[in-house]
Design a binder for this molecule. Structure first.
Ligand SMILES: [Zn+2]
Length: 63
């Protein structure tokens, strides 16, 4: 079952919930991923920590 996109939208107070570890973290803990149609920055759904972990895993050939 997929997460609904609305569950991982950016929160109003500068925090958002990571789509991988589901922890609530400041927006600075997420990498930017372009801008949306309104010119607002978009962020990856996984936090920097999870992104780093997933990169390490993929480098070792582990999913
Ligand atoms: Zn995370």
């Amino acid at each position: 079952m997929m997460f609904e996109p609305s569950l991982i939208e950016q929160d109003a107070d500068g925090f958002r919930t990571c789509g991988t570890c589901l922890e609530r973290k400041p927006i600075s803990e997420f990498y930017k991923d372009g801008i949306d149609a309104n010119g607002n920055p978009r962020y990856r759904r996984d936090c920097k920590q999870c992104y780093r972990i997933s990169r390490l895993k993929s480098r070792r050939g582990v999913k």
